[in-house]
Design a protein around this ligand. Sequence first.
Ligand SMILES: Cc1cc2nc3c(=O)[nH]c(=O)nc-3n(C[C@H](O)[C@H](O)[C@H](O)COP(=O)(O)O)c2cc1C
Length: 234
Amino acid sequence: MPDSPFYSAVESRRTVRDFLPDPVPQEVLDRCLDAARLAPSSSNLQPWEFIIIRDPETRRLANAACLDQMPAKTAPVLIALVTHRDTWRRNRDEILRIFEGRGPLRPSQASYYRRIIPVIYTTGPFGVLGPLKRAFSRLASRFKPTPNLMSRSDIRVMAHKSTALAAATFMLAMRAEGFDTCPMEGFDPWRAKALLDLPRGAEVNMFLAVGRRSEKGVWWDRALVPREWAVREI
Ligand SMILES: Cc1cc2nc3c(=O)[nH]c(=O)nc-3n(C[C@H](O)[C@H](O)[C@H](O)COP(=O)(O)O)c2cc1C
């Protein structure tokens, strides 16, 4: 890989499962969180929330929700990365407000955010419209290229995709700062959601343990499946 700060962060990032107790300076954390906020997201709706767990009792319970995995227990900082399906309207309104503050809305911005986004995100009470929207999209697709108009579960996938990109950006930024992370999907989602008092349309995407790797922080050497399984041209 070329010799550059970017590639060196990508290459040296490893999942770290044992951390030194050294604190993570707040300004480093803030820079990396701000980098993560620049991640791409579907319709730029930024469906994420990074919850930094500072309270000791909440931290103890969060560690337990993370099944007391070693990275959770040893990391000086633990973050719950939450994905929201319930913030699209608020965030859409904020984006419109920002655009409008810069001058008249472009017709494409107005139609996208005022008309198209509500069609995508509205699924009716108990999501009943979702299967109909999906079935309609699938039928229309036989006749012309048609986007999936999204059921509730499609929206959930979409929100998780965007949130995971913010996670990746955060982890690489941390590495560029000389710190390490462990993304964790191994947790109890029900306990985590209750602990963080999340609303119905939100759930933990992953936990992120953050700190500096100890000597025994990286457990295994890298193991990549063959390139041709991961990349192909047609
Ligand atoms: C979504 C996701 C969830 C993961 N969950 C866990 C986890 O719960 N515990 C853990 O130790 N590692 C977890 N990992 C780390 C992976 O095991 C690790 O990324 C993989 O083995 C490759 O190693 P590397 O990150 O050092 O390249 C997770 C990674 C991702 C992307």
